[in-house]
Design a protein around this ligand. Structure first.
Ligand code: MG
Length: 250
């Protein structure tokens, strides 16, 4: 299934993509597949962020080659941080950094969307708690992140979390190719098989400390090749079997 949230003629709603149509739902897909019988033409829908999280949990440096380029040694346990809900941004949305930001980076990532309340989940049971997977751009004001010594401001400026275009449960996340393109040129090429901590172990680690709610997001970390964007740039996060998340920098 491919789950979406769309704006059709000014009205937001949840749905499931079937061919060129969106079959609409009365509630978010993680509350049950309650179809209301309406079908919308996908081409006339504006895609919105395909989830409604209470928190966005991010994993820092989950690819060894990226940790190396950031000058870090591999961590013995996952490094977690959060992005504020003010960062949520839609597919084909725009990202704008305040004037004082000197370096604005893309970070293409695979995101996990949670389907039901998850606490103390064992790695072997994690798929019971996952709605599906989507693309995410962990937009980062790199100079601010480095200047502050912790990551809240640099990671959580308004609109800094484009996510989408939809959530799919039709992929196996263990080995997916991820490509980030800047103005059409590939700048990051990774594979989720290179995660230092794979998704099942991440779920166990995270839920040992905090309860994940339906719709919550885990951003699983970015591969090597992070780099800057400037106004006018178009960045695309393209994950095998999922789709392309496109964002314009303005
Ligand atoms: Mg990241």
């Amino acid at each position: 299934m491919k789950y979406v949230r769309v704006d059709y003629q000014g009205k937001p709603c949840w749905g499931v993509i079937k061919g060129e149509e969106v079959l609409t739902l009365t509630v978010p897909p993680y509350e049950g597949l309650d179809y209301d019988g309406e079908k919308l033409p996908l081409s006339q829908c504006k895609l919105l962020a395909p989830c409604d999280p209470t928190k966005i949990i991010c994993v820092g440096e989950n690819y060894a080659e990226h940790a190396k380029e950031m000058g870090s040694k591999p961590h013995s346990t996952p490094i977690l941080f959060m992005k504020g809900l003010n960062t949520l941004n839609r597919p084909d949305g725009a990202v704008h950094a305040p004037e004082f930001v000197g370096r604005l980076d893309y970070e293409g990532e695979l995101a996990v969307v949670i389907s039901r309340k998850a606490k103390d989940v064992k790695a072997k049971d994690c798929s019971d708690y996952i709605l599906g997977y989507t693309c995410l751009n962990d937009v980062t004001a790199r100079d601010v992140q480095q200047q502050d010594g912790q990551w809240t401001r640099g990671k959580s400026m308004d609109g800094f979390c484009p996510i989408g275009p939809w959530v799919t449960d039709e992929v196996d996340p263990a080995a997916l190719k991820l490509v980030t393109r800047l103005n059409g040129k590939a700048v990051q090429q990774g594979n989720t098989s290179d995660f230092i901590t794979p998704i099942p172990q991440l779920m166990e680690f995270i839920t040992a400390s905090m309860t994940l709610e339906p719709g919550d997001v885990i951003a699983t970390g970015t591969p090597m090749g992070v780099g800057p964007m400037i106004p006018g740039d178009v960045v695309e996060v393209d994950i095998e079997g999922i789709g392309v998340l496109r964002t314009q920098v303005v």
